[in-house]
Design a protein around this ligand. Sequence first.
Ligand code: ADP
Ligand code: MG
Length: 463
Amino acid sequence: MGRMRVFVRVRPENEREMRSDARKVVEPIDDQLVVFDPLYEEEQYYYRGKVYKEPGRKQHKNIQFHFDRVFDEEATNVEVYEAVTKKFITSFLEGYNCAVFAYGATGSGKTHTMLGTPHDPGVIFFTTMELFRMIEAKSEEEQLELSISYFEIYNEMVFDLLAPTVGKQLAVREDPKRGVVVANLSVHQPKDAQHLLEMLDFGNRNRTQHPTDANSESSRSHAVFQAFLKRQDFSSSQEMSIQLSKMSLIDLAGSERASVAYRENRDKSVQREGSNINKSLLALGNCINALAQRDPKKKPPHIPYRNSKLTLLLRDSLGGNCHTAMIAAVSPSSFSYEDTHNTLTYANRAKGIQLNLKKNNVALNLQPRNYNQALDTMSRKVQDLTEENNYLKSELNRLKSEVSKEPRNPITLQENGVDLLNQQKNKLDLLFSEKMSLRKKWMEAESSLKKLDVSYFFRSLFC
Ligand code: ADP
Ligand code: MG
């Protein structure tokens, strides 16, 4: 058991904010505490030992929030990666699902944190590079395979960002073994760091862009980057284990209300787009509320994952069986007062989400190629054991017949009769113990055969 880790990142003020007389409404106190809408010294005065607010000043909220880590304006993407995702990598390699999602209003720094730029790459780049590095170091002992995919959910439609076909939406399906999957999503294996950077840049350029009031460059889509790890272990003669774990790194669309983002846009299609984006984030908010209120002693409440594609796809990332972290991105400026307040309140609520982690030791995502490989290995073992079994059977029969050939009538004692009798007795003892050990081996071989029976293998794989 654990809980969702929640981080807050405050971005530096942009030029527009610096030029204006907007004040800062977010003050990181230390690396875990942040104050929203603080009361500044110069706005209060002391009279007869008491603190008073200057008359005519707006009431400050002055709320303290405590998070797993607060990154101030100086923090770099590497620092965020090291504190947030680096810790998940070992768990991911051990077979646990992991998810990190960036939440916040448009222009608060989500894409900068998750994706960055080719010159200042973000969490996705550092995480993937470290995964490839660790897998390369391990690949001699185990069969490990890492592949990546990148897609966006825009207006409740799913598009492949790495294999874009104009206007072609992908279907979201529920697979009883693999959970919720995007059908026909392309998967890739970048060659090196440069190749990965190019892929991310290409993917990001394919994101659906729409200008909004807050930031004309920001995307209105949810971008989901996933790394899949397949680990196959054929070393044990008794069973074959296949592990599939998934790391999802998600750059969510702006969390501001659609009516705010589109207040100047009267175009119907854009308004519909806004309401759908709202639908996904609203559903995410409802899921987070329901999950945070879950009481392990009571009957689990209904979690409305099905209300949007985003929540359906994030079900296994939110629902418990996953190391999950949220990075809440905020602007420090009073321009974004409401959005920042909403984001911090939302992030504070997400801290209450309990996780219930278990390894994905099931045979997920088996490809025909792997079935054939597994079948070959098993067939060879079955053949070896059948041959051994036949040999043991014939040896046992030979021994039985030798024992039965021994004279049954009492032996008439001659001069060396006692010696002869002892010799016969020793021979019989030897034959008997040999027979027992052969029978034991035979039974062991038979039980191994039963275990390795191919139909048994498939039954155990799918039950
Ligand atoms: P979002 O994805 O949340 O809409 P972006 O990541 O696109 O926001 O950030 C908006 C602008 O602010 C971008 O120009 C980005 O480069 C800049 N920015 C965001 N966070 C930082 C940061 N921590 N340091 C420097 N610039 C940042
Ligand atoms: Mg963005």
